[in-house]
Design a protein around this ligand. Structure first.
Ligand SMILES: [Ca+2]
Ligand SMILES: [Ca+2]
Length: 134
């Protein structure tokens, strides 16, 4: 049995295609149980079924999005088990997508050369906030 994952890494809004392939007889269906090292980071089916007559099943792994900035780069590993087969493992890295950006604003729209001073303000906003504004 082999466990394929389409990409090595994805961000929090990502989805990646995965597959389980079996060797040997395809006469009957095979139910494969999946476990994940971190269910708060990636949603995976708890089991997938390779239909009778077929050698593999294709499914998706969906990252779990949040709006927290600074999530650590996390490697989530998966194990596929089925009776009579050696367990197969694979992993995917989840990257935080809530990157801080700099927002610059000037208090006065315009002022003359001898008009004194105005204030400059900068704040950080997240990509999530920016997407909401667009
Ligand atoms: Ca996010
Ligand atoms: Ca995040």
């Amino acid at each position: 049995m082999t466990f394929g994952i389409g990409r090595r890494e994805m961000d929090e809004t990502g989805r990646v295609v995965a597959n389980i392939q079996r060797g040997g007889s395809t006469a009957t269906q095979l139910v494969v149980n999946l476990s994940s090292s971190d269910t708060s980071k990636v949603v995976a089916p708890s089991s997938v079924t390779i239909p009778a007559g077929q050698g593999r099943v294709v499914f998706y792994l969906d990252a779990v999005d949040n709006s927290l900035r600074g999530d650590p780069y996390t490697t989530v590993s998966f194990t596929a088990t089925a009776p009579g087969f050696t367990p197969a493992t694979n992993e995917v890295d989840i990257i935080d997508d809530d990157v801080a950006t700099l927002n610059l604003s000037i208090a006065a729209a315009e002022f003359s050369e001898n008009g004194g001073t105005t204030s400059l303000r900068w704040t950080t906003v997240s990509w999530t906030t920016l997407r909401r504004w667009r």
